[in-house]
Structure formats: structure tokens, C-alpha cells
Design a protein around this ligand. Structure first.
Ligand code: IMP
Length: 430
């Protein structure tokens, strides 16, 4: 049995796409288990950039099976577009290389309309969602009112459920949110068209994964977003609507806890966040601007500038515990070249109390004071370096200090966006 989970330990955008793409070389199957097209993983291979939102980041490796498991909420329109683009690039040539769970929930046009309208009404207090309908779709799932792929496969069931759901949503949209109601026939026609394209991929992915794991195939579970965006453990209410922690693999892919062998946590060498919500180590001046510019810190899905700040060991420590992280991959360390001094947050302080782990209250999070430690920076360009020994001594010190503060060994360091721009300290993952 050989399975590995990859999760982000910050607020998403940690560079999971690149790490999964690299690890996928060793894996047979790559699985998405939560989230939806709010994720956007950027892959750079041979200088060419590909963004995937729903299909696992391992898709660029030929012959690997990609699974969209039951915990994912799927916008079929986005998925069809993604399949088309990838097929034009020569990927997914065979239908058996993509599997979609029959119990995954469908994002419907009214979910997106509700998401966007609610954000507009929230004004200053908005969450800063991606506007992809993620929250409203998970709400319907929990309210037992959602539409799933298994419904879509049956014309009669789907049209009936859609009619019922749309009647309620249109009342909500027009009466409460003051939006234009949506048209039934148009949605039905579009979704039946998507169905015709996607039906060949729909299957019982939980059972498929069980059989494959039992026969020793290597399975990589690819998390989306990050631990601080987890609906239970993140900076609520400024979170996404799914569980993003490693434990969500069990429910989100329908596998047993004993079937998980290892967890890799992905962290940037600094911190970023998109959307609203507390961010204790955020930088507002020129240092934050430098990180944003050098790191190209703009959202993959929405293009929004990401908020940037120092590395936060409280965040990483909390996430390491919640996920059972065995090793870290530290990404974008090259972006920190040129700072004479770097700061790392080791703990927080609020009203005389010291916090080594994330406090639950959004109020405390907004007002606490980060406790910083200063470390000497480095000026060298790191992107061409391929071994730990060749890194400047201060870079190595920075990495070692993070390992100490979080109590997790770093297994991989990313020094650039390309697949090859990577230092593998412990080369195998399975
Ligand atoms: P939602 O997931 O679209 O509902 O957005 C909720 C919050 O999660 C917002 O702050 C988003 O910016 C954030 N978010 C969602 N997906 C991602 C992601 O893939 N990376 C980073 N932030 C994300």
C-alpha cells in the first residue's frame, strides 16, 4: 500500500501544482478530493505554462490516471473546457485516464449567481470568494438538495430535480438577492450537452481507488486551497467551504484512514493570502510589494494581487499537527533573494498571552502581535542551484530554522517555477 497526500499548510497557492506534478512521476494515480474550480494550479513544463482547475496536476504525465473524487464540487462547463485544452496538448488521449466520481456534486449556474450576489451584498465584509459557486454548492450538498453526476446520467431524474431546485433558487435570487432569475430550459440543454461529453468518465471512484490501492498502485492525493482555508480549522469565516486537511481524503475520496501512508505539507518560504481575512504577518509596505512583484503573486483563478507577508511558523506548526505532516516542500525560496534581513514569526501575543498555535477567534487574529525573529538574508540568485550544499549558507540557515520551528523536515526546496528548478533533499516520496 503506497499512498501520499499533498496539502497546503498556509492559505493556498503554496505551489502544490508544481510539487504534485513532480511527485506524479512516481505515482500511478493522482486524485483531487475536495474543492472545485476555485483552485488553479499552475504548471510550467519546458517553459510552457498550463493552468488546471479541476483535473489533478499530474495530468501532464502520460499514462497516469487522474481522478476527480466525490468530495470535489464540479463545474461541468469548466471541466469540459479543461479536457478540450488538455486534449489539444496531447493529454488525456484515452478515456480511461480520467475518472469522475458519480457522487461528486455539480456546480449549477444558480450557485455561481448566488455566490457573486451575496458577495456584492456583503460589501466591505465580503469574504473575497472566487465567485465560482463553491460555497452555495457545498451548502446544497449538506442540505441534501444537491445535484450529483449520478443524477445527470438520467435525463428524467435530472430534469425533475433541476426544476425543483431552480424554482427555489429563482425565488431566492429574485426576492432576496434582487437578481434576474435563471432559465430552466437553457440550463437543462447545456447540462445535457456537458453530460454527453463527461459520461464516459463517470464511475465509482471510491471502489476503483480501493482496488488500486490494494493491488499496490501508488496513489497521490492532491489537496486544493490550504489548511488555513479549511472550513473547520481555518480562519473562519474567511475560509473556503470544504475541509482542506489531509483527513478529508477519507471522506472526499471514500478511502479508509489506514489507507493513508504519508502526508507532505507544501509551504511557501514566505506567506500569501488572497481574499479577505486575518493575516498576522502581512506586509503593507515596499517589502510586501517586492515579494508580490518577484514572486508573481497574482491569483491564478481571479488575477487578484495576493497579499504577501513573512513566513509564519504558527500557521505552519498548526497545519503540520492538523495534517500529520511528515515532511515539507518549501517553495519559492528564490523570491527571498535580495533581502538583507528576513523575519520569521515564531509565536503571537495578545493581551499578555502567548500563542504557539492559531487562535480560533477572528477578533484575536485581527489584533494580535506577531513575535518575530530576524535572520540574515542572502543576495545570490538561487534558481540554478540543484543541491542543498550549493545553497548560500544563510539560505540553509533559514531552511533549518523553519524545520526547527515547525518540527518537520524539509524534503524538497523549489527554486523556480520549472519542474527542474528543484532541490530534492530526500528524493523518493512513496
Ligand atoms: P471560495 O472557495 O471561492 O468560496 O473562496 C473562499 C476563500 O478561499 C476566498 O478568500 C478565496 O480567495 C480563497 N480561496 C479559494 N480557493 C483558493 C485557492 O485555490 N487558493 C487561494 N485561495 C483560495
Amino acid at each position: 500500500m503506497s499512498t501520499v497526500v499533498v496539502v497546503g499548510v498556509q492559505w493556498g497557492d503554496e505551489g502544490k501544482g508544481k510539487v504534485v506534478d513532480l511527485l506524479a512521476r512516481e505515482a500511478d494515480i493522482i486524485v483531487r478530493f475536495q474543492g472545485g474550480s476555485n483552485a488553479g494550479h499552475t504548471l510550467v513544463v519546458g517553459g510552457k505554462k498550463t493552468v488546471v482547475r479541476l483535473i489533478p496536476s499530474g495530468v501532464l504525465h502520460s499514462g497516469k490516471v487522474c481522478v476527480i473524487a466525490n468530495g470535489v464540487v464540479v463545474d461541468p462547463e469548466t471541466l469540459v473546457e479543461e479536457i478540450d485544452t488538455l486534449q489539444q496538448q496531447g493529454c488525456l488521449s484515452d478515456a480511461s485516464l480520467l475518472k469522475i466520481s458519480e457522487t461528486a456534486h455539480l456546480i449549477m449556474p444558480y450557485h455561481k449567481a448566488i455566490d457573486i450576489a451575496r458577495e456584492r451584498l456583503r460589501g466591505e465584509g465580503k469574504i473575497g470568494t472566487t465567485g465560482r459557486g463553491i460555497g452555495p454548492t457545498y451548502e446544497d450538498k449538506m442540505a441534501r438538495a444537491g445535484l450529483r453526476f449520478v443524477d445527470l446520467l438520467d435525463d428524467e431524474i435530472f430534469s425533475e430535480k433541476l426544476a425543483r431546485s431552480l424554482q427555489e433558487k429563482n425565488s431566492y435570487l429574485s426576492l432576496i438577492l434582487k437578481e434576474t432569475p435563471l432559465e430552466y430550459q437553457q440550463i437543462l440543454d447545456n447540462y445535457l450537452r456537458f453530460r454527453d461529453r463527461l459520461a464516459p468518465y463517470v464511475t465509482n471512484t471510491s471502489l476503483y481507488l480501493h482496488h488500486e490501492i490494494m493491488r499496490g498502485r501508488k496513489v497521490l492525493f492532491e489537496g486544493a486551497q490550504g489548511t488555513m482555508l479549511d472550513i473547520d480549522h481555518g480562519t473562519y469565516p474567511y475560509v473556503t467551504s470544504s475541509n482542506t486537511v489531509a483527513g478529508a481524503v477519507c471522506t472526499g475520496a471514500g478511502i479508509a484512514p489506514q489507507q493513508i501512508n504519508g502526508v507532505i505539507g507544501i509551504s511557501k518560504a514566505y506567506t500569501t493570502r488572497v481574499g479577505s481575512g486575518p493575516f498576522p504577518t502581512e506586509l503593507f509596505g515596499s517589502e510586501g510589494e517586492t515579494i508580490r512583484r518577484k514572486g508573481g503573486e497574482f491569483g491564478t483563478v481571479t488575477g487578484r494581487p495576493r497579499r504577501c507577508g513573512w513566513f509564519d511558523a504558527v500557521v505552519a506548526r498548526t497545519a503540520a499537527r492538523l495534517n500529520g505532516v511528515n515532511s515539507f516542500a518549501l517553495t519559492k525560496i528564490d523570491v527571498l533573494s535580495g533581502f538583507s534581513t528576513l523575519r520569521v514569526c515564531t509565536a503571537y501575543e495578545y493581551k499578555g498571552q502567548r500563542y504557539e498555535e492559531m487562535p480560533a477567534s477572528a477578533n484575536v487574529l485581527e489584533q494580535l502581535t506577531p513575535i518575530y525573529e530576524e535572520l540574515p538574508g542572502w543576495s545570490e540568485h538561487l534558481t540554478d542551484i540543484r543541491s542543498l550544499d550549493a545553497l548560500p549558507v544563510n539560505t540553509r540557515r533559514y531552511v533549518e530554522r523553519i524545520e526547527q520551528l515547525v518540527n518537520v523536515p524539509v524534503k524538497m526546496i523549489s527554486v523556480g517555477a520549472g519542474r527542474e528548478e528543484t532541490i530534492l533533499i530526500r528524493p523518493t516520496f512513496f
